[in-house]
Structure formats: C-alpha cells, structure tokens
Design a protein around this ligand. Structure first.
Ligand SMILES: [Zn+2]
Length: 335
C-alpha cells in the first residue's frame, strides 16, 4: 500500500453512514485517536478543505470582531449587543462546523454527535443574524408583514420556530416522509429574517419614522451588503442541494473543488457581508445622539435574553435527542 493509501480509504471501505454522494475516495479511516484526527487536517482527504475553509473563516471573523471592538469607546453600551451577538453566532457556527469535520473520523457516534450540535449551531446562528438585522439594519416591525407587531411578540414567535426547527430536524431524521415538514420552520425563519431587508433595500427611500437611524438618502452600501449576502447564501444553497460539480464528474473533485467546499466558501462570504451590514448599522447608531439611539429600543432582554434562551433550548433538544437515539443513521452534514 502506498503512503497515500495508508491515509485514505475508498468509499466501499468506510461505513455507509460516512458516504457522500458522488465522492469516490479520500475518506479517512475511522475509529482513530484524537491526535490522528487533528493530523488528518494536513492530509489530502475529502474532509481537509471542509475543515480549513471554515477554520480560516473563523480566525478571520474573530480577528475582525476584536479589531472593531478595540475601537469602541464604550464596549458595554446596549446598542452594541446585537453586533456582539451576531459575531458570536457566526464564530460559534464556524467553530462547531470545523470541529465536526475534523473529528468525524474519531468514531461514528462522535460524528453523529458533532453534526447534531452543528444543527443547533445553525439555529443559534440564525437567531443571531435575526437579532443583528432586527436591531441595526431592518426591523421587522418597520418593514415586514407584521408591521405594528411588537418586538417582544415577534421574537417570541421566532423562539418557538427555532425550537420547532431543531426538534423537527433531529427527531424526524429517519423519516423521508417528513422531509418537507422538516424544512418548513427553516423556510419560515429565513423569510422572517430577510423579508424586512428585502422591503427596505428594494425601495428607494428610507422612512425616518420607521427606522430612526435612516437619513433621507438611500443607504446604498447597506443595500449592496444585503444583496451580496443573499447572493452568496443562495449560491451556497445551490452547491449544497445539487452536488455540483462532482455530480457530473464523480471522483474528479473528491479532494479539491467538491460542492461542500464551495458551499463553505459561499457561507463564509455571506457571513462577512452580513457582518459589514450590521457594523454599518452600528456605526450609524453610534453617530446619532443618545435620544435617537434610544428609539432603536435595544434592550438586554431582546438581545442577550433571547439569544441565551435559544442557545439553551436548542442544545437541550440536541441532548434529549442524543439520549433517545441509540442507533447510528446516515450522518447529515449541515454546514
Ligand atoms: Zn460542512
């Protein structure tokens, strides 16, 4: 066996739960030590770039957040909480995804647990994006179909949706008949997150009565950031769902260029533009007198409170699911 042959396996040589569509080789041997899993980040396997694409993004996002934070005069001002929460949610998802891809070869059980936590991290990330957008970019109460609904009511509905989404995703994993139902809370959440921004940035003017930070000119930079993040998340979704390009050339993109790596890159770029958009909103808020900032109604309960509640509920759901599911089923990569 060649040196490379000792490091990787064919698809037929690993358990079926590890099989990836249209990927023929480059699989890591399983039931390895933690140290071997870490070393495998430097082997040419089909998980190598899945790990690095998100781990490098994590380092860049942490350094960007720290660099911005250093310049804050008052780091604990409540208006900055949505920015912190969005940064944390982004970094958390990138970290969990990196760990899941790296340590999947430790054991089947470990892999299953990693990607279950990954599911919770996706939901936590979604609520962080929503809190960032709702407070600093495009509040639902201004632009959405629920205009007039209080932020508290809106966020209560969102918290219920996040728990439903996590529960549906995990507890119905074995049932192909429930696949459509599994996606419903996710689709609804996505609509609730992006709809206010679509309405705001596809109109030519901002209504100062609706969004207290908007001047009368159209915020072109924010609109471009929003469109860029939508573009990259949609492009990533296409790669994720269609398995392009390996679908047409099975075996050619096993190590470099497979759809999951392209999906990771698109997700990271989308996160970057989201962060720019929220930072832009925060900068606008910081330029305003305190009375205008107060109109944003950023409260501890609607930021840290909601985030903490969703974090605990989603991870508790993952824990309960882990205790009630003894069998290994096909491992589904979420991020
Ligand atoms: Zn992934």
């Amino acid at each position: 066996m060649t040196v490379y042959g000792e490091l990787v396996r064919l698809k037929s040589e690993v358990p079926s739960c590890y099989h990836q569509s249209y990927i023929q080789t480059g699989y890591r041997p399983i039931n390895r030590s933690i140290l071997t899993c870490i070393k495998s980040a430097f082997w040419p396997t089909n998980e190598m770039l899945n790990f690095w694409t998100h781990f490098i993004s994590l380092i860049l996002m942490v350094s960007r957040t720290v660099r911005i934070m250093i310049n804050f005069e008052n780091k604990f001002e409540v208006v900055k909480f949505p920015f912190y929460i969005h940064s944390f949610g982004t970094c958390y998802l990138l970290l969990v995804s990196s760990i899941a891809h790296l340590f999947c070869c430790y054991s089947e059980r470990c892999c299953q647990r990693c990607f279950s936590v990954d599911q919770a991290a996706v939901v936590v990330y979604a609520i962080c994006v929503l809190l960032g957008f709702d407070h600093l970019a495009c509040p639902m109460s201004c632009y959405g179909i629920f205009s007039g609904v209080t932020r508290e009511t809106y966020l209560t509905g969102i918290v219920i949706l996040t728990v439903l989404h996590t529960s549906f995703s995990l507890f119905t994993l074995k049932s192909p008949h429930l696949a459509a139902w599994r996606t419903m809370p996710c689709i609804l959440m996505t609509i609730l997150i992006v709809l206010p921004c679509i309405i705001r940035y596809t109109n030519d003017t901002d209504d100062p009565k609706c969004f207290p930070l908007a001047d009368k000119s159209f915020d072109q930079f924010a609109a471009l950031c929003f469109l860029a993040q939508v573009f990259f998340i949609a492009l990533g979704g296409i790669f994720f769902a269609t398995y392009l390009p390996e679908r047409f050339y099975p075996g050619t993109f096993d190590i470099v260029g497979q759809s999951h790596q392209l999906f990771h890159i698109c997700v990271s770029l989308s996160m970057y533009f989201q962060s720019l958009l929220i930072e832009n909103g925060l900068n606008k808020a910081s330029e305003q007198p305190t009375v205008s900032r107060n109109n944003l109604s950023v409260t501890w309960a609607c930021t840290v409170g909601v985030f903490s509640l969703v974090f605990v509920l989603t991870h508790t759901t993952v824990l309960l699911h882990d205790r009630t599911r003894p069998n290994i089923v096909k491992i589904t990569k979420i991020t």
